[in-house]
Design a protein around this ligand. Structure first.
Ligand code: FAD
Ligand code: SF4
Length: 483
């Protein structure tokens, strides 16, 4: 156990965010430095309780009390070894994970949870600084080849596990760069891309091959892919955005979030001098209150929007755990992300009725109405209609599933009732030797689940090819969060 009295004597601390007026002038991550000494004290708050529910809360089964103890004892090298034992990419989760482990922390029953996510990011940052993160070469080559389609966190985790198991792994990605949503969805201010690039360098040195600009099902047929590889892992994500087909949807100035965020990210990558869709000087409305909406919010502020309003159809969530979401579940609470802190207004319990345009077909406003829930449906509250002037609307209402045209149709894989790719216990689809991991099978989810699925699918592939149980499989395809 770490400090036996730590949880009694040390209050929870997390790093401060940089002042809003300063951070809005750049795209860098928003957090200030947190000293190693402060962090060791935070790790010392872990009680090493008999049944660590945080393990259950973390979809990777991260060995949290073990690395907390090692950090508290200043054995940072031991800590990264324990962390890497269950998580290929702690820098992705340490910056981006909503930390369901903290919602499940036993200390959180009557006090503030251990700052687990902060300990995680500091361990991996220290490991990179010290040069402890090195390529891990496989002990022996198996002579088998595996194609991984899609280079988001699921594809990358599967690829790294399979390369280290001795297979020749080729990752096919239709975009011009590797990374999936980590590259072109998530903005720099949430995770700077150097974190992704240095991890990709490690993977290349381990032997993983990357082929960009290859749309499987278009540039490369599924038959070719299958004939050239002994197994395939499809990790193409959940890429079909939910739309809002109401009056005025065709007006100029209404875009999906995933039309808006990639060019903004490309400006930061140096590909473009300015974004093709910019919020500069505009009144912006974001429809949808989740992660994607918050990323649009932070991006719009950095581009110099005149105003930003975020609309959410659900009621304002509570500040404290409601009775129907007890510990150790991950509760739906009113959360203020760094992007929310930077400005804009949030409207809850509202629905958009129509988009209004000018005579040139440009968006000039939207009409919204307050709603309440009746018999499970949202119904308008009479007399509450109002016009909200706006020149840019960003739709951030989630994703309905993977694209069928191309790879999935060609393969003829079975889909589940929600339209995602169906898998068996070992993550194999209805097509022999073809596996699927991440949002493509799970539906729109989180990075931590994508990594976990990538690891588990790799275990399934390795067993399929070699008949052995050599790789860890943290989850099954139907495992769900503690909700
Ligand atoms: C804007 C945004 C912000 C988010 N923020 C967070 C966050 O802060 N924290 C969090 O935990 N989660 C977040 N998420 C969710 C998270 O990013 C996803 O759950 C995760 O990236 C899914 O990983 P994946 O590997 O399954 O798919 P993806 O990351 O979507 O990657 C799929 C890749 O497959 C490629 N591809 C698809 N089809 C083909 C094909 N036929 N041939 C070749 N390549 C193909 C795509 O180009 C893409 O690069 C966010 C999502 C969005 C949209
Ligand atoms: S990956 Fe997420 S859930 Fe797991 S320990 Fe890290 S912050 Fe917690």
């Amino acid at each position: 156990m770490a400090d036996p009295k730590g949880f009694l004597t040390t209050p929870r601390e997390t790093p401060r965010r940089r002042p809003v007026d300063i951070r809005l002038k750049d795209w860098r991550e928003v957090y200030e430095e947190f000293s190693n000494q402060q962090l060791e004290q935070q790790a010392g708050r872990c009680m090493d309780c008999g049944i660590p529910f945080c393990h259950q809360g973390c979809p990777l089964g991260n060995l949290i009390p073990e690395w907390n103890d090692l950090v508290w004892r200043e054995d940072w090298h031991g800590a990264i070894e324990r962390l890497h034992a269950t998580n290929n990419f702690p820098e992705f989760t340490g910056t981006l994970c909503p930390a369901p482990c903290e919602a499940a922390c036993v200390l959180g029953i009557n006090s503030d949870a251990v700052s687990i996510k902060q300990v995680e990011i500091e361990i991996i940052d220290r490991a990179w600084e010290e040069g402890w993160v090195r390529p891990e070469q496989p002990a022996a080559a198996t002579g088998r080849t595996v194609a991984v389609v899609g280079s988001g966190p699921a594809g990358l985790a599967a690829a790294q596990q399979l390369t280290r198991a001795g297979h020749r792994v080729i990752v096919y990605e239709r975009a011009d760069r590797i990374g999936g949503l980590l590259r072109y969805g998530i903005p720099e201010f949430k995770m700077e891309k150097f974190r992704l690039d240095r991890r990709l360098d490690q993977m290349r040195q381990e032997g993983t091959e990357f082929r960009t600009g290859v749309d499987v099902g278009v540039d490369l047929t599924v038959e070719q892919l299958r004939s050239e590889h002994d197994a395939v892992v499809m990790a193409g994500g959940s890429t079909v955005s939910r739309d809002l087909p109401i009056t005025g949807r065709e007006l100029s100035g209404i875009h999906q979030a995933m039309e808006y965020l990639p060019p903004a990210n490309r400006v930061q990558q140096g590909d473009l001098s300015q974004s093709s869709i910019s919020a500069a000087g505009k009144n912006v409305v974001i429809i949808g209150g989740g992660d994607t909406g918050a990323d649009c919010l932070g991006t719009a502020h950095r581009q110099g929007a005149a105003s930003v309003t975020q609309l959410e159809i659900m009621p304002t969530p509570p500040n404290e755990r409601p009775e129907n979401q007890p510990w150790p579940t991950y509760p739906m609470l009113y959360r203020v992300s760094s992007a929310h802190e930077e400005g804009g207004q949030r409207l809850f319990s509202v629905n958009t009725q129509e988009f209004l345009g000018d005579e040139d077909g440009n968006l000039r406003a939207l009409r919204l109405v307050e709603v309440r829930k009746e018999d499970g449906k949202f119904v308008p509250v009479e007399g509450t209609e109002q016009e909200l002037p706006c020149e840019l609307v960003l739709l951030a209402m989630g994703f309905v599933g993977p694209e069928r045209a191309g790879m999935l149709d060609e393969l003829g894989v079975e889909l589940d009732a929600r339209g995602n790719v169906a898998r068996d216990r070992s993550f194999m689809t209805s097509v022999d030797g073809v596996f699927s991991a991440g949002d493509m099978g799970r539906g729109q989810s989180l990075i931590v689940w994508a990594i976990s699925e990538g690891r588990s699918a790799a275990a399934g592939v390795d067993r399929y090819l070699m008949g052995r149980d050599a790789l860890p499989a943290p989850i099954g395809p139907n495992d769900r969060p503690l909700t």
